[in-house]
Design a protein. Structure first.
Length: 342
């Protein structure tokens, strides 16, 4: 039986927990360890709960004559540089999630204390790497953008270890029509594990600021969103990435939407009672009512008061007043209360 919740760092992810926000670096560091460290610091300031780092060795990833080999080599960080970044990440207070694209990179991440792993969509057909990830017995995040047969096989390979699923289209940037928030419930019901949303919508659109809030409303337990230090530079992996200030706004909107969502129960009575005290009508004396007079409907009025003092009778409770005698004189517009009646 799969776990309905998993732990990422010091945080639990699952039903009843705040939505976990994962800031994805990708290759936006452009091969600079200084930029990677700045992004790490920025992720903390943006309000993220964790950071996702993608580690690879070019010679393990592509053949020598691959058309993009030089691009991979340009952004590849050396082992000692990755150790520096990973050690800084461990002390940052953020949960550290690593997307290792080869076995040596996986070993390096494990040596430096990575707390969880994510499998790249292109590696969902790589059982050797998935098996190696599973043997570490740490939380693993699988993308749902692969075929479902590949996902089922990956879950079998991983065994009973903690697992989360990441729903989101594989295109970059993703057209909004491909996002399909309703599929979050499908994956959750089918596999009974925490399901998150990997947002690859256009980072330059207004929709990118609210998409995580919408995903959380549809049941996403965690959010992954790419970011970059300066989107205007149109660097690597910028298409779906947010600038730090927009990422911060995104998180702020998400937290506000969580507070607005409620706890699944009817609204508390106190806010409604407060509103009634300030705008609701109560039974008041329509004119001076002498002591001993029997109260009839024609001597009553129904008006708003300033809400101060003990509450009186609502208009629907007028039957509790009519037919009773005044225990003392009641002034015009005075709220009629129980102690005023015989």
């Amino acid at each position: 039986m799969r776990q309905a919740a998993i732990d990422l760092g010091t945080r639990a992810i699952g039903e009843g927990q705040p939505c976990f926000v994962l800031a994805a670096v990708g290759s936006a560091h452009e091969g600079s360890v200084d930029t990677a460290l700045k992004m790490l610091e920025s992720a903390f300031q943006m309000g993220a709960d964790g950071i996702k780092l993608q580690i690879f060795r070019t010679h393990e990833l592509v053949v020598r004559r691959h058309p993009s080999r030089k691009d991979f080599e340009r952004v590849e960080l050396e082992d000692n540089q990755w150790r520096q970044v990973l050690r800084a990440a461990k002390t940052s207070g953020l949960a550290v999630v690593v997307e290792a694209l080869d076995a040596p990179s996986l070993a390096l991440a494990e040596e430096e204390g990575a707390q969880a792993y994510e499998v790249h969509p292109s590696d969902m057909d790589n059982p050797e790497l998935i098996r190696a990830v599973g043997q570490l017995r740490r939380p693993v995040l699988f993308p749902t953008s692969a075929s479902e047969s590949a996902l089922r096989e990956a879950l079998e390979l991983i065994g009973e270890g903690p697992v989360g699923l990441l729903h989101g289209p594989g295109t970059l940037p993703a057209p909004v029509e491909e996002i399909r928030f309703r599929d979050l419930a499908f994956w959750k019901d089918r596999y009974h594990v925490p399901v998150g949303f990997r947002d690859t919508s256009d980072g330059g659109s207004a929709f990118a600021l609210v998409a995580p809030s919408l995903a959380a409303a549809w049941g996403a337990a965690f959010i992954e969103k790419p970011f970059t230090l300066d989107r205007s530079q149109r660097g690597l992996d910028y298409q779906a990435a947010l600038n730090p200030e927009d990422f911060y706004r995104m998180v702020e909107l998400l937290r506000q939407s969580e507070r607005a969502r409620g706890d699944g129960l009817p609204a508390a009575a106190e806010p409604a009672a407060r509103a009634r005290r300030t705008t609701g009508r109560v039974v008041v004396a329509g004119a001076l009512i002498p002591r001993g007079q029997v109260l009839t409907a024609d001597v009553l009025a129904y008006k708003r008061t300033d809400g101060r003092g003990a509450p009186g009778f609502s208009p629907r409770e007028a039957h509790r007043v009519i037919g009773r005698r005044a225990a003392r004189p009641i002034q015009a517009d005075e709220t009629i209360r129980e102690e005023m009646l015989e």
